[in-house]
Design a protein around this ligand. Structure first.
Ligand SMILES: Cc1cc2nc3c(=O)[nH]c(=O)nc-3n(C[C@H](O)[C@H](O)[C@H](O)COP(=O)(O)OP(=O)(O)OC[C@H]3O[C@@H](n4cnc5c(N)ncnc54)[C@H](O)[C@@H]3O)c2cc1C
Length: 446
């Protein structure tokens, strides 16, 4: 049964996030963007307002919400500032592998601290020489007693400079690729952990992105999150749950740009009329709205699958690459409606464009999502229609396929151009593409 109605608690949650977005996030967004600094005070207030870490199970002191709720919240925060949304929801990316793991003692140790004590946790697969190809991790994990020693550098790590804990993916042997990947919960204060300067970025300047250097960092056995061979799958299962949320960032940012463009088009006059009176503007607005609605449906579907306990991998990839690319298009169109003013820093569009341009890149680029979806299509998708050479094509055959009718004949299909020949025997050769008749396949009667 399909139902898009939000429950009362979901509506309340969305309202709370909306209020937070308008009263807390929006006024701070440009100030921190200009400073190129993460607004930690706003993160703390998001924690207090109960719109952070929402998917930590109740058992560990969390709110126990699902991904649908995560998507609702994220859309609202991203509508005010996509960079801040990244900063807030990166915690969920950081602890998601822990929630998904079967390491009960680790969960009991860290999840309550995150849920109750406002501790931050980041997620690190990427490295200076590797991002898309997660199996290509080079950060080394060397067995040491019951634990491991880590050496290497992780790069592009959101919240890395402000996190208390780090979910670090490493390998026991780079040659082993997927089979060597393992994961650990590392504490920032441990010996050998260093974080680099914040990386200067085009957008999302209200999020903190750094490199993390690990030099002979000893991880005790109890902090092993995934043994060698289990880490890659854990990272992929994590992404399947976090990619819909990146899609929700896109929905929020695009929705804002559309609303700002709508407003502007009703104020600005050109050639004697308001921009909104011209069909060229109206069509742009209509397409922007169409995209926002489509993005949200895909995001909700992927989130719904995750909440139902289904594997959301494919829907998550589709939602991510559709929504994030569509958002860039919507915001670009909004900028066009604003004309020259859209290109200035006095209106909100340029920041939305800068912030949103990251979305088709992190947590798996658009190309990676296409690789995943294409792999599914070519590998395990089950077609509903019959194979091509079993499709009854009537061209030139008229009623001959109706059994029992006078003139009913055998039908033969050319394996190359698809021509259907009617007669007791296959033709000597295809009259269209000249393939020999021996290749013709009898397609009727079956
Ligand atoms: C601001 C920011 C925040 C980030 N936060 C985090 C974080 O918190 N944690 C973390 O681990 N990582 C993080 N990342 C890293 C991010 O996930 C990677 O940048 C991303 O996965 C792409 O990796 P890459 O930059 O190394 O690009 P590469 O993997 O080098 O790819 C470069 C280009 O080649 C394309 N490409 C690669 N392989 C193929 C292929 N087989 N076929 C077709 N095209 C291909 C890619 O799609 C891309 O367009 C962040 C990045 C940024 C910029």
């Amino acid at each position: 049964m399909l139902d898009f109605t939000l429950s009362e608690s979901q509506s309340k949650l969305r309202e709370r996030a909306r209020q937070f977005a308008i009263t807390e996030a929006l006024p701070a967004a440009w100030r921190y963007d200009e400073k190129d600094e993460i607004p930690l005070e706003i993160l703390d207030r998001a924690f207090d307002a109960g719109i952070m870490n929402t998917d930590i199970p109740k058992k560990y002191g969390g709110l126990g919400y699902g991904l649908i709720e995560g998507a609702l919240l994220t859309e609202e925060i991203a509508a005010a500032c996509p960079g801040l949304a990244t900063s807030i929801f990166d915690n969920s990316l950081g602890f998601e592998p822990l929630v998904l793991s079967d390491k009960e003692a680790l969960k009991e140790k860290y999840l309550p601290r995150i849920a109750r004590d406002n501790r931050r946790i980041c997620f690190a697969t990427s490295e200076p020489l590797m991002g898309s190809d997660v199996a290509g991790i080079m950060c080394r994990a060397t067995k040491d007693g019951d634990g491991y020693v880590l050496n290497g550098t992780k790069y592009w790590i959101t919240n890395g400079g402000v996190a208390d804990y780090m979910t670090i993916f490493a390998t026991v042997d780079p040659e082993k690729k997927h089979a060597g990947i393992c994961a650990f919960i590392v504490e920032k204060e441990w010996d050998g952990v260093r974080t680099g300067l914040p990386i200067p970025k085009l957008g999302q300047r209200t999020s903190n992105t750094v490199g993390i250097n690990l030099k002979n960092v000893r991880v005790p056995g109890e902090n092993v999150l995934a043994e060698p061979g289990e880490g890659f799958v854990l990272a992929m299962r994590t992404f399947a749950r976090t990619r819909p949320i990146i899609g929700a960032f896109a929905v929020g940012a695009a929705r804002s740009a559309m609303e700002y463009a709508l407003d502007y088009s009703k104020r600005r006059r050109a050639f004697g009329g308001k921009l909104s009176a011209y069909q060229a503007t109206q069509f742009k607005l209509a397409e922007m709205y169409q995209k926002v609605e489509t993005m949200r449906l895909l995001v909700w579907k992927a989130a719904w699958e995750a909440d139902k306990g289904l594997d959301p991998t494919i829907s998550a990839s589709i939602a991510k690459f559709y929504a994030t690319e569509a958002a860039v298009q919507v915001i670009n169109d909004a900028l066009q409606i604003f004309g020259g003013y859209g290109y200035t820093r006095m209106y909100p569009i340029e920041k939305l464009l800068r912030d949103t341009r990251l979305l088709p890149i992190y947590e798996g680029t658009s190309e990676v999502q296409r690789i995943i979806v294409a792999g599914y299509l070519l590998g395990s998708y089950t077609s509903i229609m019959p194979p091509l050479d079993e499709v009854p094509i009537l061209i030139g055959g008229g009623d001959v396929l109706e059994e029992g009718k006078a003139g009913s004949k055998t039908a033969w299909r050319c394996p190359l151009c698809g021509y259907v020949h009617y007669g007791d025997e296959a033709p000597e050769e295809c009259p269209y593409c000249f393939v020999g008749g021996r290749g013709f396949k009898k397609v009727w009667p079956k």
